[in-house]
Design a protein around this ligand. Sequence first.
Ligand SMILES: [Zn+2]
Length: 338
Amino acid sequence: MEKVEFKIPYTKFGTIFADKDGDNLVITGVSKDYDKKNIWALVHKGYTLWKYRDNFAIYQQDKKFIGLGLDKEDNLVEVNFSKRPNRHIIKDEQPEGAYWYAYDIATYNEHHILLKAQKVIKRTQEEARIKAEKLLYKNANENRAKCGACERHIERWDEGNWNGVVYDHGFEQAGYRAGVCIGARYQPWEKSPEGKIVYIKQLQDREAEIVKCKPNQARLDKLIKASDEYVVWNNELKKLKEDLWQDFRQSRWYPYKNFDINFRRYLLDTPGYEKFESPKRNPKFFDVNIWNQTTLDELLDAWQRQLDMIREIISKEQIKVDNWKEQLTAREIINSRG
Ligand SMILES: [Zn+2]
C-alpha cells in the first residue's frame, strides 16, 4: 500500500489523498487550500462528505447537515445547519466572523474521481519518473555528485590528485550565503560520509559558541544601553532630515536612490556631524530586537531556541552518518547500464 496524492485537471476537487494498492484505490481525504492544511475526511461523525471548500466542509446524513470548518481564530468548529444549506444558509449560519462562502465550492463525487484517478496517478508518476531520469543524465554528464554537507549535486574534481572530491561551492544557510561550503574538497556523499562529518564538526563549533553566549543581566544592560544610544542617534537623524530637507534637496547629494546614505553624506559636508558617518543599527540578540523594556527572560528564550535548533540539525545529520552506505553516483548508474 502506498500513499498517493493527485489532482484531476479541470475539476474543482482540489488535492485528493488516497491509499493505493495496485489497481485498488481508497480515497482518504480531500483538500482545497493551498498548503493542504485542511484535509477533509470522507466521513465525519457518521455524516458523509457532501461539499467542501478551502476552509470548511459540509457533511450530510439524510436531511441533516453539519458544517465543519475554521472560525475567525482558525479553530476547527462545527455548526448544525437548520436545513439543506444553500449559499444564503451558509452565510447566515456560519460561525460568527468566519469566512464561509459557497463560491467555488466543490461537490464530492467519488464516482467521477475514481473514473479518472488511475490515469491521472499513472501520468503523475510517469512525469516524476521522466523528471528523475533527466536529472540523472544531467548529473551523469556533468559528473555531479551529492555534497556531504549541503546535499546539493556538485561537480566532482578529477584533475590532478583530487580524486573526484566535490568542487568549491557556496553554502546557503537560513537565507544568507555563508562562504564556501565545508563539504567542498571532500568525497561526495555517495562515496564517503567524510563531508558530512566535517559539517557536523562545524555545527558543533557553532553550538559551543552559542552556549558561550548565554545571556545574563550584565549583557542585557549593555544591549539596552546600546539600544538607547541608537534611539538618540536615530531621533537626531530623523529631526535633521525634517529640518534640513529643503537644503538637502538643493545639494549635490540629492538622491535618485539610497536616500539614507546620501543624506548622511550630505551631513558630512558640515563639521560636527561626524557621528553620522557610519550607519548604526539597533542591537539584536539572535532574533530579538532590543529596546529598553526587553527582559532577560526574552533573551534566554531566544538563546534556548537557537541552541535547540542547532542541536536538532546536528542530531538529524548524525543519524544520516550512522546509516551511511556507499552508493553509485549518477555517472556510475548510467555507466552500469552499459
Ligand atoms: Zn556543499
